[in-house]
Design a protein around this ligand. Structure first.
Ligand code: NAD
Length: 498
């Protein structure tokens, strides 16, 4: 049986603990391998190794660091099929979706290839007599990433690609549910020319996370996962003096105005609501049609589409989406559907009984559609993270704007309309971090930055783009005067611009 350990100093490193977690093939429900859960000593060894690698890597000129990224890009492209299959077999997303995730990760690598430009500082000449001021961005040291199961390639790449390009050394603690792809990415980075110890991977659970959050050599922690853990990581990491950004869960709404093209809306909702079995932090889980007519027409279009969703093996090229990550998560999502019925929502399509012949033990579930969900229901308030879409009917634009604005989560939101004024008003006023206009999953491109508001993110810096570079560097400002410009005599007063 496949056993995943850690990756430290450019080689596989056996854990010192005897604690393991099972890794599943979600198609069959069988255990496909196991992953070692690092103890504190394993984590400390990885951090100390990264600290030893830091001075030389920080001194490596940014264009040389970019060369590693150029080669890494080519290696991912050459190994795309292998990586996508590995990802699909542990996560359960279908191959085409896995390739899409890897492509979004590649976008990050391409962004990081421009790191010499991104690290350029500012220069002000002659701000006072013979005085020049300039600033530069320098790496922090050892930084860490803690990532969720649902994007085992893209989310780690949001972090380690930017951090390493900026000159930091990196310790990644990926999800223990699908650990193989992050490990493979670390191997490919080494093959691309990254020196040993610059990128270490430790697998594990809370014990490993706590060791990272409390270790004095770790300068910054980037986290993505569920809200309760994000809040915990933010508070413990900050209390230990670290720079922390912690992205949490979501409940993303799509507002459908009466003038929207409902065929386009239905396409968008089917893809954004059910793609990857709804296990995306930017999935749309709430549809908000404005006006009864819009709601009835939308429901009429959605119902047959949800009934016809093709659920299948993650390796099948015919499937729209595959199984969920685990039996526990499958049961949790089904529990939410039961709760919705009890709360009085109308279950229009029930996918709970779906079974794939010969794969009865796989973690599969069909699409579910609820109508007449209200803001008071728990199925509206909480993140379900499964193939369940809720329709919340409202009478007018103001009521539609209020829903996502007042929701506890504030990751993404989208509006479908043909009216520019309505779209502009919505994008300006809505209290949510990422907004789509006729775009159902507004995940910003690599050179912009990603981040939600409210309970969807703790800390004040987003992932990737210029914000990512800011998070993984610190500014040094130099004020310089050369001997010919220095006046004679001591100056006892606060220096001013003279
Ligand atoms: P999770 O919070 O269970 O796990 C995330 C990471 O935290 C993992 O590495 C895990 O090992 C670790 N962890 C788990 N329990 C812990 C504990 N008690 N103490 C310390 N560390 C712990 O999340 P998940 O189920 O892997 O991922 C799904 C969640 O991630 C969803 O809520 C989803 O919305 C969210 N997510 C958010 C974004 C975003 O950018 N906002 C992106 C992707 C996923």
């Amino acid at each position: 049986m496949r056993e995943v350990h850690h990756y430290v100093s450019g080689a596989t490193s056996r854990g010192r603990t005897t604690r393991f977690a099972d890794v599943y093939n979600p198609n069959t429900g069988e255990v496909s391998g196991r992953v070692n859960l690092a103890g504190r000593d394993d984590v400390i060894a990885a951090i100390e190794d990264a600290a030893r690698a830091f001075p030389a890597w920080a001194d490596t000129p940014p264009p040389r660091r970019a060369h590693v990224m150029f080669r890494f890009r080519e290696l991912i492209r050459a190994n795309l099929d292998e990586l996508a299959h590995m990802l699909a077999s542990e996560h359960g997303k279908v191959i085409a979706d896995a390739k899409g995730e890897l492509q979004r990760g590649l976008d990050l690598v391409e962004f990081a290839c421009g790191i010499p430009h991104l690290l350029k500082g500012e220069y002000s000449e002659n701000v006072a007599a013979a005085l020049d001021v300039y600033s530069m961005r320098q790496p922090l040291g050892v930084v860490a990433g803690i990532t969720p199961f649902n994007f085992p390639a893209m989310v780690p790449m949001w972090m380690f690609v930017i951090a390493i390009a900026c000159g930091n050394t990196f310790v990644l603690k990926p999800s223990e549910k699908d650990p193989s792809v992050p490990q493979r990415l670390a191997e490919l980075m080494l093959e691309a020319g990254l020196p040993k110890g610059v990128f270490n991977v430790v697998n594990g659970d809370k014990e490993a996370v706590d060791a990272i959050l409390t270790h004095p050599l770790v300068q910054a922690v980037s986290f993505v996962g569920s809200t309760d853990i994000a809040r915990y990581v933010y508070s413990v990491g900050s209390a230990h003096g670290k720079r922390v950004q912690a992205m949490g869960g979501a409940k993303n709404h799509m507002i459908i105005m009466p003038d929207a093209d409902l065929d386009q809306v239905a396409d968008a909702l089917i893809g954004a609501g059910y793609g990857s079995a709804g296990e995306r932090c930017m999935a749309i889980s709430v549809a908000v049609p404005v006006g009864a007519e819009t709601a009835d027409a939308l429901r009429e279009r959605l119902t047959p589409r949800v009934q016809a969703l093709r659920v299948g093996l993650s390796t099948s090229s015919d499937a729209d989406f595959g199984p969920m990550i685990s039996r526990a998560h499958l049961e949790k999502v089904k529990g939410y559907v039961e709760r919705g019925i009890q709360e009085g929502a109308e279950l229009v399509v029930d996918g709970r009984k779906l079974q794939i012949p010969s794969y009865e033990d796989g973690f599969f579930m069909g699409g579910c559609l609820f109508d007449r969900v209200t803001a008071k229901m728990r199925i509206y308030q909480e993140e379900i993270f499964g193939p369940v879409l809720s329709i919340v009917r409202v009478d007018n634009f103001d009521a539609a704007l209020k829903l996502p604005s007042e929701h506890a989560y504030g990751n993404g939101v989208s509006i479908f309309t043909r009216d520019g004024d309505t779209a502009r008003e919505f994008t300006r006023r809505v209290n949510v971090g990422m907004v789509g206009v006729n775009v159902p999953i507004p995940v910003p491109v690599a050179f912009h930055s990603f981040g939600g508001w409210k309970n969807s993110a703790f800390g004040d810096t987003n992932q990737h783009g210029a914000e990512g570079v800011r998070f993984f560097t610190k500014v040094k400002t130099v004020t310089a005067r050369w001997p010919t410009g220095i006046r004679k005599g001591a100056d006892f007063f606060m220096p001013t611009l003279k």
